[in-house]
Structure formats: structure tokens, C-alpha cells
Design a protein around this ligand. Structure first.
Ligand SMILES: Cc1cc2nc3c(=O)[nH]c(=O)nc-3n(C[C@H](O)[C@H](O)[C@H](O)COP(=O)(O)OP(=O)(O)OC[C@H]3O[C@@H](n4cnc5c(N)ncnc54)[C@H](O)[C@@H]3O)c2cc1C
Length: 391
């Protein structure tokens, strides 16, 4: 029988890939299955990543981090997912700080970044989406009003993931009402909320039960008082601060999708070579081969766009289109690979012990969040192809 080929292209950052793969080997399928059953937080895994210094991968050395490029973080997340683990419980710790790094004051950076880099302080909650606004971010209605030496915040957020496992949270709120701004994206501001202080004092967090073990929540704010120095960047210009962080997020989520795709393909091909039905391996049937081969080709294509997006981001070039395309293509590739794996394993795909059903549920998210496939297509149509705006 043919040897299993390596279903990974990764040639860059080989030591980093090896170190992360070694760490992940300590967290096998059973670890994740148990968490999934109990809807528990992967505390031991998150701690191990922190101890390995990986949360500080993008934090500049001057603030206690490793100061590596986005491509290194992309490799880390791809490797984690290709190993069958999931970084969803903590990936935001790597990149949410980008808003603080690029727009925060020197005082804020010195105060928070070194502790974020070590994982001592967790900044992995990011409260943008609201029940009433959905994908239309400028339509958010959470208000932050300046009163003397404080901002007073009232409103509601939904899908604020990891808020119960975070010390700090980035919050997007309206500081000027929509009817008083020139452009809809004006008048929004970003705040760094210390959840340890805020909980029970105007802020309440309620978990949302979901089809995956994702630790996502609703946040209710009623008269939440924030000190003036919790504002990040300029008042009223928060949309731009959030947007430039979103490129990094999209590229890194795309990297996770690539890892998922490679995991599905490896598992499915191993199974297809072994499983004998009608006296031959099922992998000999083109009905099985073609879906896997197509998913592999889609994964390789998405990988190239992820690398291009990383290269542009790391060179300080505009990368909105590439970041969006990377996320679109990688999420489609991981879904195609997941579907092909489900079909390949047949009934056994439904058995939790094979991990395929869990990964299949998990990877489905990325066609919806952090931005839906439709909105990416609309972005490309308008910003790249010059078609009239549809949203
Ligand atoms: C598990 C999970 C975790 C999340 N974590 C976070 C988080 O940490 N922080 C945070 O702020 N948000 C988070 N989100 C929110 C996520 O970013 C949104 O769910 C996503 O942006 C889509 O918004 P929505 O769910 O309100 O869908 P809607 O905006 O209501 O859209 C519903 C459907 O309509 C389509 N649609 C809407 N408008 C258009 C249009 N103009 N053209 C074509 N199609 C359109 C959408 O593509 C989608 O398919 C999370 C969501 C989930 C499910």
C-alpha cells in the first residue's frame, strides 16, 4: 500500500512548527473530547501555550514579547489545528492586543503589553457584535457617554467569546449618536475594560450555549463606569482601530482553517487507505478520492493566499483584500475537507471517538464568524471589483 504523504506544505518556520507540534502532542483527542462533553475551558492547554511564550509572539520585544511577524503566529495556529487541537479558546490573546499596540498610549502599552505577553493578564475578549446590529457594525447602539472624569456605558453585546476567561476586554461603543455623524463609521470609540473591576458593577456576563465548546457570552452593561484612560486611540475614531485589527484576525483564523483542513485530510486519507469494503480499500474509489483531492487542492490554493496576506501585513502594506480572501478561501477549504472526511468515514464519522464530528462542527463556524462569507464577497465585489456597494 502507498505510504501516507505529508499533508502539510509548511516549510517556513520549521523549528516553530516542531515545537508547537510537540506541545500539541500532549493534548490528544481524548483531552478535547472530554472538554467538549463537559463544555469546559481548555485551561491546561492555554497555560501550556502561555508557558511556551506563544501569547507574546506578536508583542514587540520592547514590551516583553517575542516580536515575531504575523506569519509566525499564522504558522503556530495552523500547526495547532493540524494537530487536532483548537486555539479558539485563546487565539485572541495573540492578536487582540494589536489594537492596543497600534493605537494605545505609551502608558497603556507599558502597563498592559508585558503582562499580556506572558499570559499573566488575559486580553482575549472583543465586544463588537450586538443583537440589533449583526454584521452592520456602525449600527451598534451601545453608548459611552462622557460625564466628568468617566465614561458611562449602557448597552448590550452578543457573542463576546471568552469574556468569562478574560481579565480585559476591548469594547466598541458609540460616543456620538449615529444621527450626529457625517459617516456612519464616525463617532465610535474603543475602550479597554478591566473585567475584574467591571463585573457586578454595571456589567454582567451570561454564557450562551452553542453547538461547539466556544465559551461565548452576552454582555449587559447598565451604567458601567470607565475611567477616561480606558479609551484606546482617539475618541470617535474607533472603527478604524478595530478594522485594522480585523485584518490580522482574518489571516490568523484562515490559518486555523488551513490546519483544520490538513487534519481532516490526513485523518480521512488514513482511513480511506485502511478501510476495506467490497474487498478493496474505499480510497480506491474515485467517489472517495475526488472529494479529498479537490479539498486538498483548495487547501493549497488558500495556503498561498494566506502567505500573501501575511507577507503584505508584515511589510506594512494594505492587505484588506488579501486578508478577506484568505479567510474566505481557507474557511471553504476546511469545510470541503470536513465534508469529505465525514463522507469518507461514513457511519464512523458520527462516532465521537474519531473526532471528525467535533472538528466538523468547529470548523463550520468560520464561514460565519468573525465575518461571514457573504460579507467578504460583498467587500471584494465593492472594494476590489469596483461594483456598487450592496450593504
Ligand atoms: C461562536 C461565535 C463566536 C463569536 N465571537 C465573537 C466575538 O468574540 N466578538 C464579536 O464581536 N463577535 C463575535 N461573533 C459574532 C460574529 O462576528 C457574527 O455572528 C458575524 O459577524 C455575523 O453576524 P450575525 O450573526 O449578527 O449575522 P447577521 O448579520 O444577522 O447575518 C445573518 C446572515 O445574513 C447574511 N447577510 C447579512 N447582511 C447581508 C448582506 N448585506 N449581504 C449578503 N448577506 C448578508 C450574513 O452573511 C449571514 O449569513 C461570534 C459569533 C459566533 C457564532
Amino acid at each position: 500500500m502507498a505510504e501516507a504523504p505529508e499533508i502539510a506544505t509548511g516549510a517556513d518556520w520549521p523549528e516553530l512548527r516542531e515545537a508547537v507540534a510537540r506541545l500539541c502532542a500532549r493534548f490528544p483527542g481524548e483531552y478535547w473530547r472530554q472538554l467538549d462533553r463537559e463544555r469546559a475551558y481548555p485551561e491546561a492547554f492555554v497555560r501550556a501555550l502561555g508557558e511556551a511564550g506563544l501569547f507574546g509572539i506578536l508583542v514587540p520585544e520592547a514590551y516583553g514579547g517575542l516580536g515575531l511577524p504575523l506569519r509566525a503566529a499564522s504558522v503556530v495556529l495552523e500547526t495547532i489545528h493540524a494537530a487536532g487541537c483548537s486555539a479558539a479558546a485563546c487565539h485572541a490573546q495573540m492578536y487582540t492586543m494589536g489594537t492596543l499596540l497600534r493605537h494605545g498610549s505609551e502608558e497603556q502599552k507599558r502597563r498592559f503589553l508585558p503582562k499580556i505577553a506572558t499570559g499573566e493578564l488575559r486580553l482575549q475578549a472583543f465586544a463588537v457584535t450586538e443583537p440589533g446590529s449583526g454584521s452592520d457594525t456602525p449600527a451598534i447602539s451601545t453608548r459611552a457617554e462622557r460625564r466628568g472624569d468617566r465614561y458611562v456605558v449602557t448597552g448590550q453585546k452578543i457573542w463576546t467569546s471568552r469574556a468569562l476567561h478574560s481579565d480585559l476586554m476591548l469594547l466598541l461603543a458609540r460616543t456620538t449618536p449615529l444621527e450626529r455623524v457625517k459617516r456612519r463609521s464616525d463617532g465610535l470609540s474603543v475602550f479597554l475594560v478591566d473585567l475584574r473591576e467591571a463585573k457586578g458593577r454595571g456589567l454582567e456576563i451570561r454564557p450562551i450555549e452553542t453547538m461547539i465548546n466556544h465559551h461565548t457570552t452576552q454582555i449587559f452593561m447598565d451604567g458601567l463606569e470607565l475611567p477616561l484612560d480606558s479609551l484606546v486611540g482617539e475618541e470617535g475614531r474607533g472603527f478604524a482601530c478595530i478594522l485594522d485589527g480585523m485584518n490580522a484576525e482574518r489571516i490568523l483564523i484562515a490559518s486555523e482553517c488551513l490546519g483544520d483542513a490538513r487534519w481532516f485530510l490526513r485523518r480521512a486519507c488514513d482511513y480511506a487507505r485502511e478501510r476495506q469494503v467490497f474487498g478493496r480499500p474505499i480510497g480506491q474509489n474515485q467517489g472517495i478520492q475526488f472529494d479529498l483531492a479537490r479539498a486538498y487542492a483548495a487547501t493549497e490554493a488558500a495556503d498561498l493566499v494566506v502567505r500573501k496576506a501575511c507577507a503584505r501585513f508584515d511589510a506594512g502594506l494594505a492587505c484588506g483584500a488579501e486578508a478577506n480572501m484568505a479567510k474566505l478561501l481557507a474557511a471553504e477549504a476546511s469545510w470541503a475537507a470536513g465534508e469529505a472526511a465525514m463522507q469518507t468515514l461514513g457511519g464512523f464519522a458520527f462516532a465521537c471517538a474519531f473526532d471528525v464530528e467535533r472538528k466538523w462542527r468547529e470548523t463550520r463556524l468560520y464561514r460565519i464568524a468573525p465575518v461571514s462569507t457573504h460579507l467578504i464577497l460583498a467587500h471584494i465585489a465593492h472594494h476590489v471589483l469596483g461594483l456598487p456597494k450592496s450593504y
